[in-house]
Design a protein around this ligand. Structure first.
Ligand SMILES: C[S@@+](CC[C@H](N)C(=O)[O-])C[C@H]1O[C@@H](n2cnc3c(N)ncnc32)[C@H](O)[C@@H]1O
Length: 365
């Protein structure tokens, strides 16, 4: 738990999920820069906050009663937890999503710039529709992550783009004069080897192409005759479940992802499957699945962290039938098999190439 205070506010804040990596903090200098810029320039609500992962900005800017865009289930849980820790009523805030058309005529948009420039582009297009003609959008980022595409994207959606001076190695883009473009597509397509196409929102994993690890997994994948209840864990656009449906059209398919735009993409690609917006397996009863399959996450924006995946691996064990199997594709260097041997009785590397391994885990021998 960390404590933040400035002249106007003081609060406690923690990361969720918790981490043992002490270098990972619940806010950075760009957050503080955003808050001081708003206070100094007396920027007013109605305001909207986008891509704040743990709730620093809603806590520091409570007086604006901002709308909070929720992109990740883990983000929603983190923000609610931190508001409650500080005895702040969650009803003071509107929680919304980036695809909603209800956020209009706003005076202030606040964005923590994401690593994915496609997601940044989706955020700014949506904001250009939400902000009124006299409104301002502040985009905060650490200077080391600056790329020229940030400016290109900002100039596409706003008539005036200014850069602040650097402060504690962070900087702001200050955008005004929104360009009200119409009908820009928020999605893109991914072509599969058989010529079929999947749709995904901008910013969803592995933009416009199949990830090399996923491709390797799909080349090896054979679904057993008795594997009927199947979970695609950390599903992204749903490509793995989609291929499973080709092999076994009668399988009961469940998909789960922490990212709202991933789950919304998966719903489009697999209209008959059950898609779960969640960052854990709490939606599923024990012993449900014949097969759980995943290309697990280890990049979270600019952060690298295998703790999230190890935590998911632990949960898979309970949700599998006693005869079930858990299949993972992973970069060899992550050495997941060592971790998995602490969870499963039987862990086999069933295929590998220079970069990736397919690991199969079971608890029945
Ligand atoms: C490596 S991508 C794989 C996506 C897709 N299965 C594919 O192969 O293209 C990992 C996915 O994990 C999701 N993710 C991250 N943390 C998660 C969590 N705690 N629970 C579920 N999904 C998570 C990310 O949003 C991302 O879509």
């Amino acid at each position: 738990m960390e404590i933040y205070s400035n002249n106007n506010s003081s609060f406690k804040i923690d990361r969720y999920p918790e981490t043992t990596l002490s270098s990972l903090k619940p806010w950075n200098a760009a957050d503080e820069y955003i808050v001081s810029f708003i206070e100094e320039n007396k920027l007013q609500s109605p305001a909207i906050i986008i891509n704040d992962r743990f709730g620093f900005l809603p806590l520091a800017l409570q007086n604006l009663n901002p709308t909070i865009i929720i992109d990740y289930k883990s983000q929603e849980k983190a923000i609610v937890k931190n508001l409650k820790t500080n005895n702040i009523d969650t009803n003071n805030f509107v929680f919304s999503n980036i695809l909603s058309s209800e956020n209009t005529n706003l005076n202030l948009g606040i964005v923590k710039v994401p690593k994915s420039m496609e997601l940044f582009s989706l955020y700014l297009y949506q904001l250009s529709q939400m902000i009124n003609n006299n409104g301002t959008v502040l985009c905060g980022f650490m200077t080391k992550y600056f790329t020229s595409s940030m400016l290109e994207i900002a100039n596409r959606y706003f008539g005036k783009v200014e850069q602040s001076l650097a402060w504690k190695k962070s900087r702001l883009l200050i955008l005004s004069e929104p360009v009200k473009k119409q009908d820009e597509s928020l999605t893109e397509t991914v072509s599969l080897p058989d010529g079929e196409q999947l749709t995904q929102y901008k910013g969803v994993f592995s933009s416009k192409k199949i990830d090399v690890g996923t491709r390797f997994l799909l080349e090896q994948l054979t679904i057993g005759e008795n594997e009927n209840t199947i979970l695609d864990l950390a599903c992204g656009n749903g490509i793995i479940a989609h291929q499973i449906a080709e092999q076994n059209p009668h399988a009961e398919l469940h998909l789960v992802d922490d990212f709202y735009l991933a789950i919304e993409s998966a719903k489009t690609n697999l209209p008959k499957a059950s898609c779960h917006f969640n960052n854990d397996l709490s939606d599923f009863q024990d012993g449900l699945f014949d097969l759980i399959i995943t290309n697990p996450p280890f990049h979270f924006g600019h952060e690298i962290n295998i703790e999230v995946s190890l935590n998911l691996f632990k949960q898979t064990c309970k949700c599998l039938k006693t005869t079930g199997r858990f299949v993972i594709v992973a970069n060899k260097h992550l050495n997941y098999s060592t971790h998995l041997r602490k969870i499963y009785n039987q862990v086999d590397i069933t295929a590998e190439n220079k970069k990736f391994q397919i690991i199969e885990c079971r608890n029945s021998i």
